[in-house]
Design a protein around this ligand. Structure first.
Ligand code: MRU
Length: 347
Protein backbone atom coordinates (compact mmCIF):
# COMPACT_ATOMS: atom_id res chain seq x y z
CA UNK A 1 0.00 0.00 0.00
CA UNK A 2 1.46 3.48 -0.90
CA UNK A 3 2.67 5.74 1.93
CA UNK A 4 0.33 8.22 3.66
CA UNK A 5 -0.47 11.48 1.93
CA UNK A 6 1.19 14.78 2.81
CA UNK A 7 -0.98 17.64 4.10
CA UNK A 8 -1.94 20.64 1.97
CA UNK A 9 -4.37 23.48 2.68
CA UNK A 10 -5.70 26.13 0.31
CA UNK A 11 -8.67 28.51 0.45
CA UNK A 12 -10.57 26.00 -1.68
CA UNK A 13 -9.43 22.56 -0.43
CA UNK A 14 -7.81 20.62 2.40
CA UNK A 15 -6.18 17.24 2.15
CA UNK A 16 -4.29 14.99 4.56
CA UNK A 17 -3.91 11.26 5.16
CA UNK A 18 -7.53 10.72 6.25
CA UNK A 19 -9.44 13.65 4.77
CA UNK A 20 -10.01 15.30 1.39
CA UNK A 21 -12.51 18.18 1.34
CA UNK A 22 -13.33 21.01 -1.01
CA UNK A 23 -15.14 24.26 -0.26
CA UNK A 24 -18.60 24.14 -1.87
CA UNK A 25 -18.45 27.15 -4.21
CA UNK A 26 -22.18 26.90 -4.99
CA UNK A 27 -23.03 27.85 -1.41
CA UNK A 28 -20.80 30.96 -1.28
CA UNK A 29 -21.12 33.68 -0.15
CA UNK A 30 -24.01 32.73 2.15
CA UNK A 31 -22.41 29.64 3.68
CA UNK A 32 -19.01 27.97 3.91
CA UNK A 33 -19.70 24.26 3.50
CA UNK A 34 -16.93 21.71 3.05
CA UNK A 35 -17.63 18.60 0.97
CA UNK A 36 -16.00 15.21 1.25
CA UNK A 37 -14.50 14.26 -2.14
CA UNK A 38 -12.58 11.13 -1.25
CA UNK A 39 -14.51 9.11 -3.83
CA UNK A 40 -14.31 9.51 -7.61
CA UNK A 41 -18.12 9.76 -7.77
CA UNK A 42 -18.12 12.69 -5.31
CA UNK A 43 -15.34 14.47 -7.21
CA UNK A 44 -17.09 13.92 -10.54
CA UNK A 45 -20.32 15.39 -9.17
CA UNK A 46 -18.40 18.33 -7.65
CA UNK A 47 -16.79 19.15 -11.01
CA UNK A 48 -20.02 18.85 -13.00
CA UNK A 49 -22.04 20.99 -10.59
CA UNK A 50 -19.29 23.65 -10.24
CA UNK A 51 -18.98 22.86 -6.54
CA UNK A 52 -15.31 22.99 -7.49
CA UNK A 53 -14.43 25.19 -10.46
CA UNK A 54 -11.82 27.45 -12.08
CA UNK A 55 -9.44 25.94 -14.62
CA UNK A 56 -6.29 25.57 -12.46
CA UNK A 57 -8.25 24.30 -9.43
CA UNK A 58 -10.00 21.68 -11.56
CA UNK A 59 -6.64 20.18 -12.51
CA UNK A 60 -5.28 20.20 -8.97
CA UNK A 61 -8.42 18.90 -7.25
CA UNK A 62 -9.00 16.03 -9.70
CA UNK A 63 -5.33 14.99 -9.41
CA UNK A 64 -5.53 14.99 -5.61
CA UNK A 65 -8.63 12.80 -5.78
CA UNK A 66 -6.60 10.24 -7.74
CA UNK A 67 -3.79 10.55 -5.19
CA UNK A 68 -6.30 9.87 -2.41
CA UNK A 69 -7.63 6.84 -4.28
CA UNK A 70 -4.06 5.59 -4.82
CA UNK A 71 -3.38 5.84 -1.09
CA UNK A 72 -6.68 4.02 -0.42
CA UNK A 73 -5.37 1.10 -2.45
CA UNK A 74 -7.21 1.44 -5.78
CA UNK A 75 -5.52 -0.58 -8.50
CA UNK A 76 -3.68 1.07 -11.43
CA UNK A 77 -6.55 -0.07 -13.69
CA UNK A 78 -9.12 1.62 -11.41
CA UNK A 79 -7.00 4.78 -11.24
CA UNK A 80 -6.68 4.91 -15.04
CA UNK A 81 -10.43 4.51 -15.43
CA UNK A 82 -11.09 7.23 -12.82
CA UNK A 83 -8.73 9.60 -14.65
CA UNK A 84 -10.69 9.06 -17.86
CA UNK A 85 -14.03 9.72 -16.16
CA UNK A 86 -12.83 12.90 -14.44
CA UNK A 87 -11.09 14.12 -17.61
CA UNK A 88 -14.39 14.02 -19.48
CA UNK A 89 -16.30 15.96 -16.78
CA UNK A 90 -15.65 19.39 -18.34
CA UNK A 91 -14.37 19.86 -21.90
CA UNK A 92 -12.98 23.42 -22.08
CA UNK A 93 -10.61 23.83 -19.10
CA UNK A 94 -7.49 22.23 -20.53
CA UNK A 95 -5.78 22.34 -17.12
CA UNK A 96 -8.04 19.45 -16.08
CA UNK A 97 -6.97 17.39 -19.09
CA UNK A 98 -3.28 18.27 -18.79
CA UNK A 99 -3.23 17.40 -15.08
CA UNK A 100 -4.94 14.05 -15.51
CA UNK A 101 -2.76 13.13 -18.48
CA UNK A 102 0.27 13.89 -16.30
CA UNK A 103 -1.16 11.70 -13.51
CA UNK A 104 -1.69 8.77 -15.87
CA UNK A 105 1.83 9.31 -17.26
CA UNK A 106 3.28 9.17 -13.72
CA UNK A 107 1.18 6.09 -12.91
CA UNK A 108 2.39 4.31 -16.04
CA UNK A 109 6.02 5.21 -15.35
CA UNK A 110 6.24 4.81 -11.56
CA UNK A 111 3.01 3.24 -10.30
CA UNK A 112 0.65 4.66 -7.61
CA UNK A 113 3.57 6.18 -5.62
CA UNK A 114 4.58 8.13 -8.70
CA UNK A 115 1.01 9.34 -9.18
CA UNK A 116 0.86 10.60 -5.57
CA UNK A 117 4.14 12.49 -6.02
CA UNK A 118 2.91 13.98 -9.31
CA UNK A 119 -0.39 15.16 -7.77
CA UNK A 120 1.31 16.98 -4.90
CA UNK A 121 3.87 18.42 -7.30
CA UNK A 122 0.95 19.71 -9.43
CA UNK A 123 -0.43 21.41 -6.30
CA UNK A 124 2.93 23.00 -5.39
CA UNK A 125 3.54 24.11 -8.99
CA UNK A 126 0.12 25.78 -9.10
CA UNK A 127 0.99 27.79 -5.97
CA UNK A 128 4.33 28.80 -7.51
CA UNK A 129 2.77 29.70 -10.87
CA UNK A 130 0.13 31.86 -9.15
CA UNK A 131 2.91 33.71 -7.32
CA UNK A 132 4.82 34.36 -10.52
CA UNK A 133 1.66 35.54 -12.34
CA UNK A 134 0.92 37.96 -9.50
CA UNK A 135 4.45 39.34 -9.56
CA UNK A 136 4.61 39.83 -13.36
CA UNK A 137 1.03 41.05 -13.72
CA UNK A 138 1.13 43.57 -10.86
CA UNK A 139 3.55 45.66 -12.94
CA UNK A 140 0.69 46.28 -15.42
CA UNK A 141 -1.39 48.06 -12.76
CA UNK A 142 -0.77 51.62 -11.57
CA UNK A 143 -1.77 53.53 -8.47
CA UNK A 144 -5.28 54.91 -8.96
CA UNK A 145 -6.35 52.37 -11.62
CA UNK A 146 -9.93 51.24 -12.11
CA UNK A 147 -9.90 47.59 -13.21
CA UNK A 148 -12.79 45.56 -14.56
CA UNK A 149 -12.86 41.78 -14.16
CA UNK A 150 -15.12 38.92 -15.20
CA UNK A 151 -15.91 35.60 -13.47
CA UNK A 152 -13.76 34.47 -10.54
CA UNK A 153 -10.01 34.11 -10.92
CA UNK A 154 -8.78 34.33 -7.33
CA UNK A 155 -7.69 31.92 -4.62
CA UNK A 156 -11.01 30.10 -5.15
CA UNK A 157 -10.01 29.20 -8.70
CA UNK A 158 -6.48 27.95 -7.94
CA UNK A 159 -4.63 26.66 -4.89
CA UNK A 160 -2.48 29.79 -4.79
CA UNK A 161 -3.32 33.50 -4.87
CA UNK A 162 -5.18 33.18 -8.19
CA UNK A 163 -4.60 34.41 -11.71
CA UNK A 164 -6.18 37.77 -12.72
CA UNK A 165 -7.48 38.41 -9.21
CA UNK A 166 -4.12 37.35 -7.79
CA UNK A 167 -2.52 40.09 -9.89
CA UNK A 168 -5.00 42.64 -8.53
CA UNK A 169 -4.40 41.43 -4.96
CA UNK A 170 -0.61 41.71 -5.41
CA UNK A 171 -0.82 45.25 -6.82
CA UNK A 172 -3.07 46.21 -3.87
CA UNK A 173 -0.56 44.65 -1.43
CA UNK A 174 2.15 46.77 -3.08
CA UNK A 175 0.24 49.84 -1.95
CA UNK A 176 -1.40 50.74 -5.29
CA UNK A 177 -4.87 52.18 -4.78
CA UNK A 178 -7.22 50.28 -7.06
CA UNK A 179 -10.93 50.08 -7.59
CA UNK A 180 -12.27 46.82 -9.01
CA UNK A 181 -15.42 46.69 -11.12
CA UNK A 182 -16.85 43.19 -10.80
CA UNK A 183 -19.03 41.80 -13.60
CA UNK A 184 -21.71 39.67 -11.92
CA UNK A 185 -21.03 37.02 -14.63
CA UNK A 186 -24.30 35.56 -15.87
CA UNK A 187 -25.58 32.91 -15.69
CA UNK A 188 -23.90 31.35 -12.64
CA UNK A 189 -22.80 34.61 -11.00
CA UNK A 190 -19.20 33.69 -10.17
CA UNK A 191 -18.36 37.42 -10.08
CA UNK A 192 -21.24 38.41 -7.80
CA UNK A 193 -20.93 35.43 -5.46
CA UNK A 194 -17.22 34.59 -5.41
CA UNK A 195 -15.11 37.53 -6.59
CA UNK A 196 -16.88 39.96 -4.23
CA UNK A 197 -16.38 37.42 -1.38
CA UNK A 198 -12.65 37.34 -2.11
CA UNK A 199 -12.25 41.11 -2.61
CA UNK A 200 -14.00 41.75 0.69
CA UNK A 201 -11.66 39.35 2.50
CA UNK A 202 -8.70 41.07 0.81
CA UNK A 203 -9.93 44.56 1.72
CA UNK A 204 -9.81 45.79 -1.90
CA UNK A 205 -12.39 48.47 -2.84
CA UNK A 206 -14.87 47.14 -5.39
CA UNK A 207 -18.26 47.66 -6.98
CA UNK A 208 -20.51 44.94 -8.36
CA UNK A 209 -22.19 45.59 -11.73
CA UNK A 210 -24.37 43.53 -14.03
CA UNK A 211 -22.51 42.40 -17.16
CA UNK A 212 -24.61 44.78 -19.23
CA UNK A 213 -23.20 47.79 -17.32
CA UNK A 214 -19.59 47.18 -18.36
CA UNK A 215 -19.74 49.41 -21.45
CA UNK A 216 -20.99 52.30 -19.35
CA UNK A 217 -18.20 51.83 -16.78
CA UNK A 218 -15.63 51.89 -19.61
CA UNK A 219 -17.17 54.89 -21.37
CA UNK A 220 -17.17 56.88 -18.13
CA UNK A 221 -13.48 56.06 -17.66
CA UNK A 222 -14.15 54.31 -14.33
CA UNK A 223 -12.02 51.40 -15.53
CA UNK A 224 -9.29 51.72 -18.17
CA UNK A 225 -7.94 48.18 -17.76
CA UNK A 226 -9.54 44.73 -17.82
CA UNK A 227 -7.91 41.73 -16.19
CA UNK A 228 -9.38 38.25 -16.80
CA UNK A 229 -8.34 34.60 -16.62
CA UNK A 230 -8.54 31.83 -19.22
CA UNK A 231 -9.62 28.21 -19.53
CA UNK A 232 -7.56 27.58 -22.63
CA UNK A 233 -5.11 29.59 -24.75
CA UNK A 234 -4.47 28.42 -28.30
CA UNK A 235 -1.20 28.63 -30.27
CA UNK A 236 -2.13 31.95 -31.89
CA UNK A 237 -2.92 33.57 -28.52
CA UNK A 238 -6.75 33.34 -28.67
CA UNK A 239 -8.18 32.80 -25.17
CA UNK A 240 -11.31 30.92 -24.09
CA UNK A 241 -12.76 32.18 -20.83
CA UNK A 242 -16.13 32.49 -19.07
CA UNK A 243 -18.87 33.54 -21.48
CA UNK A 244 -19.04 37.33 -21.60
CA UNK A 245 -15.27 37.79 -21.69
CA UNK A 246 -15.32 38.25 -25.47
CA UNK A 247 -18.01 40.94 -25.19
CA UNK A 248 -15.95 42.70 -22.54
CA UNK A 249 -12.88 42.61 -24.81
CA UNK A 250 -14.87 44.13 -27.68
CA UNK A 251 -16.08 46.91 -25.37
CA UNK A 252 -12.53 47.53 -24.09
CA UNK A 253 -11.28 47.80 -27.68
CA UNK A 254 -13.99 50.33 -28.55
CA UNK A 255 -13.24 52.45 -25.47
CA UNK A 256 -9.44 52.20 -25.67
CA UNK A 257 -9.11 50.23 -22.42
CA UNK A 258 -6.27 47.72 -21.99
CA UNK A 259 -7.30 44.05 -22.01
CA UNK A 260 -5.08 41.56 -20.17
CA UNK A 261 -5.37 37.76 -19.88
CA UNK A 262 -3.61 36.09 -16.95
CA UNK A 263 -3.07 32.31 -16.94
CA UNK A 264 -0.52 29.66 -15.94
CA UNK A 265 1.16 27.72 -18.76
CA UNK A 266 -1.06 24.73 -17.84
CA UNK A 267 -3.83 26.72 -19.59
CA UNK A 268 -1.90 26.81 -22.89
CA UNK A 269 -2.88 24.14 -25.41
CA UNK A 270 -0.36 23.74 -28.20
CA UNK A 271 -2.70 21.31 -29.98
CA UNK A 272 -5.16 24.11 -30.76
CA UNK A 273 -3.98 26.27 -33.65
CA UNK A 274 -6.63 28.89 -32.87
CA UNK A 275 -9.65 29.45 -30.67
CA UNK A 276 -11.78 27.71 -33.30
CA UNK A 277 -10.23 24.40 -32.18
CA UNK A 278 -11.28 24.88 -28.55
CA UNK A 279 -14.28 22.79 -27.52
CA UNK A 280 -16.82 24.97 -25.73
CA UNK A 281 -18.87 23.40 -22.95
CA UNK A 282 -22.65 23.60 -23.40
CA UNK A 283 -24.45 23.61 -20.06
CA UNK A 284 -27.97 22.95 -18.77
CA UNK A 285 -30.56 25.38 -20.23
CA UNK A 286 -32.12 25.74 -16.77
CA UNK A 287 -29.04 27.74 -15.71
CA UNK A 288 -30.31 30.50 -18.01
CA UNK A 289 -34.04 30.04 -17.36
CA UNK A 290 -33.45 30.77 -13.68
CA UNK A 291 -30.96 30.27 -10.87
CA UNK A 292 -30.35 27.11 -8.86
CA UNK A 293 -28.06 26.76 -5.84
CA UNK A 294 -28.13 24.44 -2.81
CA UNK A 295 -30.47 26.95 -1.10
CA UNK A 296 -32.30 28.58 -4.03
CA UNK A 297 -34.32 27.38 -7.01
CA UNK A 298 -35.97 30.11 -8.97
CA UNK A 299 -37.15 30.05 -12.58
CA UNK A 300 -38.05 33.33 -14.27
CA UNK A 301 -38.33 32.20 -17.90
CA UNK A 302 -40.90 29.80 -19.37
CA UNK A 303 -39.85 26.20 -18.68
CA UNK A 304 -40.00 25.31 -22.40
CA UNK A 305 -38.21 28.37 -23.84
CA UNK A 306 -35.29 27.56 -26.16
CA UNK A 307 -31.97 28.47 -24.56
CA UNK A 308 -28.35 28.77 -25.65
CA UNK A 309 -25.91 28.25 -22.77
CA UNK A 310 -22.25 28.05 -23.79
CA UNK A 311 -20.14 28.23 -20.62
CA UNK A 312 -17.25 29.98 -22.39
CA UNK A 313 -16.44 32.20 -25.36
CA UNK A 314 -13.22 32.89 -27.21
CA UNK A 315 -11.51 36.27 -27.27
CA UNK A 316 -9.41 36.63 -30.42
CA UNK A 317 -5.74 37.45 -29.90
CA UNK A 318 -6.10 40.80 -31.69
CA UNK A 319 -8.31 42.09 -28.85
CA UNK A 320 -5.74 41.09 -26.20
CA UNK A 321 -3.04 43.61 -25.28
CA UNK A 322 -0.94 41.13 -23.33
CA UNK A 323 -1.01 37.65 -21.83
CA UNK A 324 0.61 37.10 -18.46
CA UNK A 325 2.18 33.66 -17.96
CA UNK A 326 4.45 32.60 -15.10
CA UNK A 327 7.37 33.29 -17.46
CA UNK A 328 6.44 36.97 -17.92
CA UNK A 329 4.18 39.37 -19.87
CA UNK A 330 3.85 38.65 -23.59
CA UNK A 331 2.09 40.13 -26.61
CA UNK A 332 -0.22 37.61 -28.33
CA UNK A 333 2.24 37.59 -31.25
CA UNK A 334 4.95 36.28 -28.93
CA UNK A 335 2.62 33.46 -27.82
CA UNK A 336 2.08 32.63 -31.49
CA UNK A 337 5.85 32.40 -31.85
CA UNK A 338 5.91 29.88 -28.96
CA UNK A 339 7.60 32.31 -26.55
CA UNK A 340 10.96 30.95 -27.60
CA UNK A 341 9.99 27.45 -26.45
CA UNK A 342 8.97 28.25 -22.86
CA UNK A 343 5.37 27.13 -23.37
CA UNK A 344 4.71 23.38 -23.17
CA UNK A 345 4.90 21.57 -26.53
CA UNK A 346 1.75 20.17 -28.14
CA UNK A 347 0.87 16.94 -26.36
O1 MRU B 1 -17.14 27.71 -15.21
P1 MRU B 1 -16.03 28.15 -14.31
O2 MRU B 1 -16.51 28.90 -13.11
O3 MRU B 1 -15.10 27.01 -13.95
O4 MRU B 1 -15.21 29.17 -15.20
C1 MRU B 1 -14.04 29.74 -14.66
C2 MRU B 1 -13.46 30.79 -15.53
O5 MRU B 1 -13.93 31.07 -16.60
C3 MRU B 1 -12.19 31.43 -15.05
O6 MRU B 1 -12.10 32.74 -15.53
C4 MRU B 1 -10.99 30.62 -15.56
O7 MRU B 1 -11.12 29.27 -15.22
C5 MRU B 1 -9.73 31.13 -15.05
S1 MRU B 1 -9.62 30.84 -13.31
C6 MRU B 1 -8.14 31.17 -12.72
Amino acid sequence: MPRTLPTRYAVSLKIDASRYEILDQRALPSAEHWRDVRSVAAMLDAIRTLTVRGAPLLGVSASLCLAYRAQAGDTPAQLREAAGVLRAARPTAVNLHAALDAMVGALDAQGPEGLIDAAFRWFDDDVAMSEALAEHGAALLDDGDGVITHCNTGALATVGVGTALGVIARAHAQGKRLHVWVDETRPLLQGARLTTWELRRLGIPHTLITDSMAALVLREGLAAKAMVGADRVSRNGDAANKVGTYGLAVQCHFHGARFYVVAPSTTYDGRCASGRDIEIEARDPDEVRGFVSPSTALRWAPAEVAVMNPAFDVTPARLIDALVFEQGVFAPGAVAAGLGGVLPPAR
